[in-house]
Design a protein around this ligand. Structure first.
Ligand code: 2PG
Ligand code: MG
Length: 438
């Protein structure tokens, strides 16, 4: 890589989709190349995620201002980087992590650090006259490399797609939709190996068909934080699966053949520690042990074309993840999110315990682009699938995750179907697919 000399770094407070502030950072290189990035935040964040530093000043945004983050970028990070000759993304990210070696980047804020890491990546890509995905691919190759065969799952027709398929959240509950299901997300994923634009079209057609199905049953069709429907008042976590199957058929597709279903129960959110039956499904008024929870999922897997379950168990329930993976891991994706928080350390633990076969990737869970790529490489080197995801708390129009998913050869991206900040991401991937005729 041509070296980049950092001329200026500025940051400002902007609004994210959750109507709270986040940070946007701009990096300017000598020679004029500019890169800009903003970072999202979660609603049901894992407890080991890189920190989202907030001001805590109750007089502004109820304590959720990001002026400290702005100051950290401009007054603490920039002075160290000013006029530095940066030879690679890894070098930049190493400097950033050395400025804040705390496990969760609490000193400067994971949000501050990631915004600089990604803004620099965009500036360097611009300097090299490359699209971001090419720059990321190059950074990944340089730091990692090795090609491995990804695992095959019975319910997934292929090992890889030329462009990560759109896993689209169509019904939400939990922390993303009030008075809805306990499970946080019901997701559709096109399974056929067709052009990317066609896979988006199929999903969107199912999404609109689902709106009609919900209306017919007198459920509201307002959307939640990720642009998916929130069927308020629903009394079961199973019903949405029934509705989605109906919608897939109504749109003219075959459930399990053309379109599969994924779940993100985000089980940590309904786990009550210390209880004999810690999994509490409030909309069904059920309290279940981990074994019963597994049986519950087992029934759903048998009955519906489920291809993936993410965070089926609590993030600290390491005792049950391996059994769960052993039972269903050949058939579907058993995915870690809060469990693994995009960090090599937790992914390694999950590998050692054989707890998962796939991992959700959110750059802001770890805090730099290089660490994200390292985690993705570790997953791939074990034949595990990576799925790159948006955030449900507040997201922005930043489309990094799509370039990342394409560059790293992820199987899916998880993004909601409506709301500007989500649509922007699909439109970015449509652009990438078109550019690459895929
Ligand atoms: C998740 C995410 C994204 P949040 O749990 O996978 O859908 O939600 O960003 O709120 O953690
Ligand atoms: Mg999740």
């Amino acid at each position: 890589m041509k070296q980049s000399i950092i001329k200026k770094i500025t940051a400002r407070e902007i609004l994210a989709s959750g109507a709270y502030p986040t940070v946007e950072t701009t990096v300017e290189l000598r020679g004029g190349a500019i890169g800009r990035a903003s970072v999202p935040y979660g609603a049901s964040a894992g407890s080991n995620e890189a920190s989202v530093l907030l001001d805590g000043n109750k007089k502004r945004y109820g304590g959720r201002g990001c002026q400290k983050v702005v100051r950290n970028v401009e007054k603490k990070i920039f002075p160290t980087l000013r006029n530095k000759k940066i030879k690679s993304q890894r070098m930049l990210d190493k400097i950033l992590t050395s400025l804040d070696p705390t496990p969760r980047k609490t000193k400067l804020g994971g949000n501050a650090i990631l915004s600089v890491s990604v803004a620099f990546a965009r500036a360097a890509a611009a300097q090299q006259k490359k699209p971001l995905y090419k720059y990321i691919k190059q950074s990944m190759k340089r730091s990692v490399g090795k090609k491995v065969r990804l695992q095959k799952k019975k319910r997934l027709p292929v090992r890889e797609y030329p462009v990560a398929r759109p896993m689209m959240v169509v019904i939400e509950g939990g922390k993303h939709g009030e008075n809805s299901t306990d499970f946080q997300e019901y997701i559709i994923c096109p399974l056929k190996n067709i052009k990317y634009a066609e896979s988006v079209r199929i999903n969107i057609e199912v999404y609109h068909a689902l709106k009609k199905v919900l209306k017919k049953r007198k459920y509201g069709t307002n959307v939640g934080t990720e642009g998916a429907f929130v069927p308020a008042g629903i009394k079961s976590n199973e019903l949405p699966l029934k509705f989605i199957v109906e919608a897939i058929k109504a749109a003219g597709y075959k459930p399990g053949v053309d379109v599969g279903i994924a779940l993100d129960p985000a089980a940590s959110e309904f786990y009550v520690p210390g209880k004999k039956r810690p999994y509490f499904l409030s909309c069904e008024k059920k309290r279940l042990t981990a074994v019963q929870m597994m049986q519950y999922y087992g029934r759903l897997i048998k009955k519906y074309p489920i291809v993936s379950i993410e965070d089926g168990f609590d993030e600290d329930d390491w005792d049950h993840w391996p059994t769960w993976h052993k039972k269903f891991g050949k058939e579907i994706l058993i995915m870690g999110d809060d469990l693994t928080v995009t960090q090599e350390k937790f992914l390694q633990k999950a590998i050692d315990l054989s707890a998962i076969n796939s991992i959700l990737i959110k750059p802001n869970q770890v805090g730099t682009l290089t660490e994200t790529l390292d985690t993705m490489h570790l997953a791939k080197s074990r034949g595990m699938h990576t799925i790159v995801s948006h955030r449900g708390g507040g997201d922005t129009n930043d489309t990094l995750i799509m370039d990342l998913a394409y560059a790293a050869g992820s199987l899916f991206t998880k993004v909601g179907p409506s709301r500007g900040e989500r649509v922007e991401k699909y439109n970015r991937m449509l652009e990438i697919a078109l550019e690459n005729k895929k």
